[in-house]
Write a protein that binds this ligand. Structure first.
Ligand code: CP3
Length: 352
């Protein structure tokens, strides 16, 4: 399938941007940078527009979601916008009782734990994605040559919220379900893959120039369990957009042991957290995959000298890879001083 005629990659608005050039593994002049969670609580202008509005309600209000998406681009001059939404938005749109509790994360009314729970899961009506499509289209209108990145949660990370009922450190019930009842697990992961894939595809067709699949919690799995229970479902999500010519970034926390397996689900770029230096990640990946990452978010609190030294290390290690987009090793912490981020972007852009 082709992108729509008015898509920014079709009409040439974003294709030569530093972000897309690096994602394709071509040489860039200067270093493109964006930050996971660049929109959100670190910005006073975000807190202002979110006042009294529930998180998921904000995601599903197109003008507001677009405004919040654009805030960090205006303020920090980052090289990409990332759609203000959440990985649980497609669950909500499919009719799952989910809310995002501030300071906690996604909480599910009725956890999904049995074959009967899985059999009763609703399908997602494509029309329900309209607010997401509208938000992405509104952003792209304003962004010009700056690419919009769309994203989705991968089946394991989303299924872990559904099974546990909320955030969890060890994912015990989720892993127990995989091993005790593989058939139910696979049915659940396949359902999640279908709806999260539809969410991702909708964002591309509405104007996203790249996408990122977040398997944030996959790092809790052994490689053997990842291969046996997870890889095929993430592969299905990426395959559902692989007919469209947009880079596919795949990221998780603590996934040093899974980098190759995650790339091989069909990613064209790997996001790397701060635990694995980029030259080491590049080696593991055989030197053929562009990388994104990986400044430790803790360095945002360490003062400019330490942050700049760590950034130079990151840039140096990133030169080993065929392409490098600078990011943090995980999201921007909510109490980050936004001025630190603005100065960091300028510092990165100043480097040869
Ligand atoms: O700027 C961006 O990066 C785009 C927006 C974005 C959000 N969530 C907005 C958000 C993205 C890419 C996500 C992805 C997401 N959501 C992930 C994967 C990324 C990661 O961090 O590993 C996960 C695991 C979630 C689930 C989720 N949603 C969590 C853990 C939380 C934090 C809860 C808290 O209050 O600490 C959320 C809420 C959320 N998603 C916020 C934002 C801006 C905070 C909401 C608020 O303002 O209260």
């Amino acid at each position: 399938a082709a992108l729509p005629a008015d898509h920014p990659l079709t009409d040439g608005r974003t294709g030569r941007s530093p972000l897309l050039t690096a994602y394709r593994g071509e040489p860039t002049t200067g270093h493109p940078v964006w930050f996971m969670r660049q929109a959100g609580r670190s910005l006073p202008e975000y807190l202002e527009v979110r006042r009294g509005i529930d998180m998921l309600q904000a995601c599903l209000t197109p003008d507001l979601a677009a405004e919040i998406t654009l805030q960090p681009v205006r303020r920090h001059r980052v090289d990409a916008a990332v759609l203000f939404s959440d990985i649980v938005v497609p669950l909500k749109l499919a009719g799952i009782g989910v809310e995002i509790v501030p300071g906690t994360g996604p909480v599910i009314d009725h956890p999904i734990r049995t074959a009967a729970d899985v059999a009763a899961l609703p399908e997602l009506d494509p029309a329900a994605l309209q607010p997401v499509i509208q938000a992405a289209a509104n952003c792209v209108q304003e962004l010009g040559a700056t690419p919009l990145i769309g994203f989705a949660g991968a089946p394991f990370t989303l299924a872990s919220y559904l099974v546990e009922g909320g955030p969890s450190r060890e994912h015990l019930r989720t892993k127990a379900l995989m091993h005790a009842d593989p058939e139910t697990w696979h049915a659940l992961a396949a359902w999640v893959g279908r709806i999260t894939g539809a969410f991702l595809r909708a964002q591309i067709l509405a104007g996203a120039s790249a996408v990122q699949l977040f398997d944030s919690w996959a790092g809790g799995l052994s490689l053997a369990d990842y291969q046996r229970f997870v890889a095929e479902h993430s592969a299905a999500v990426l395959a559902s957009v692989s007919d469209l010519p947009v880079p596919r970034v795949h990221f998780g926390v603590n996934t040093g042991e899974l980098l190759v397996a995650m790339r091989d689900t069909g990613a064209t770029v790997m996001g790397v957290d701060h635990r694995v230096p980029l030259d080491v990640a590049n080696e593991r990946l055989g030197g053929r995959t562009p990388l994104q990452g990986n400044i430790d978010p803790a360095l945002l609190f360490a003062g400019d000298d330490a942050l700049q030294a760590a950034t130079l290390d990151c840039l140096r290690a990133g030169r080993a890879a065929p392409g490098h987009v600078v990011n943090l090793g995980h999201g921007v912490p909510p109490d980050t001083d936004p001025e630190v981020l603005t100065r960091l972007v300028a510092f990165i852009h100043d480097q040869p």
